[in-house]
Design a binder for this molecule. Structure first.
Ligand SMILES: Cc1cc2nc3c(=O)[nH]c(=O)nc-3n(C[C@H](O)[C@H](O)[C@H](O)COP(=O)(O)O)c2cc1C
Length: 189
């Protein structure tokens, strides 16, 4: 296996970060790797807000948790099963917003490729990440009382909407990647 394949094979969702801050240099490496992802027609329909402000990270976490508590019973249960923590003490939050492209594949697809790049790049330099779909609740304009404020505060360009967030930090807890299941693959020769 080469370095790239090793990184892919060993990346995992980190659910426990230390309080050590993530350096700006490292964050720059991650977002640069993110925007190096391919996108449909090269549209790059994304906007990335890199948040290290503790107060703002906590506000986004609390707001998402509040919406989940009110409106997402299953989500609430899965958070409780993992110890009741939504952001696992992440020291940085990369919020990915996208604009609709009216392309064959939705902008979310491009954002997924960008997100994958960020997670792999982070793992390759010893940082942990966890993609956090739950964070999107905080930005919901109808469900979350703070949704509009967060989008404004993070300066989302007009027409862009919250797509996903990536938690970043130095791992305090590690785990294995999910078991590799190749049963969904077929070869036609
Ligand atoms: C779109 C997406 C949203 C996710 N949202 C969350 C989340 O909100 N909280 C969380 O702890 N993990 C979240 N995950 C992580 C998955 O649970 C994890 O990738 C999966 O269980 C496989 O584990 P692994 O990444 O360690 O291999 C998300 C993953 C993806 C791709």
């Amino acid at each position: 296996m080469n370095d790239t394949l090793n990184t892919i094979a060993n990346r995992y969702s980190c659910r426990g970060f230390s309080s050590q801050p993530v350096s700006k240099t490292d964050l720059e490496i991650l977002v640069r790797a993110g925007v190096q992802a391919p996108s449909s027609r090269g549209n790059a329909p994304w906007y990335l807000a890199v948040v290290t402000n503790r107060e703002l990270i906590d506000q986004i976490r609390d707001s998402a948790f509040e919406v989940i508590t009110r409106r997402d019973k299953l989500g609430y249960q899965s958070i409780m099963d993992r110890g009741g923590d939504l952001f696992y003490n992440a020291q940085a939050l990369i919020v990915v917003a996208t604009k609709p492209t009216h392309d064959l594949t939705p902008a979310d697809f491009d954002a997924g490729l960008l997100t994958g790049n960020i997670c792999l790049a982070a793992h390759s330099i010893g940082l942990g990440t966890c993609i956090c779909g739950f964070a999107t609740h905080a930005f919901h304009v109808f469900k979350s009382p703070d949704g509009e404020r967060f989008a404004k505060q993070l300066k989302f360009p007009y027409g862009y909407q919250m797509t996903v967030a990536i938690l970043v930090g130095h791992p305090a807890k590690t785990k294995d990647q999910h078991p590799t299941d190749t049963s969904s693959i077929r070869f036609f020769e």
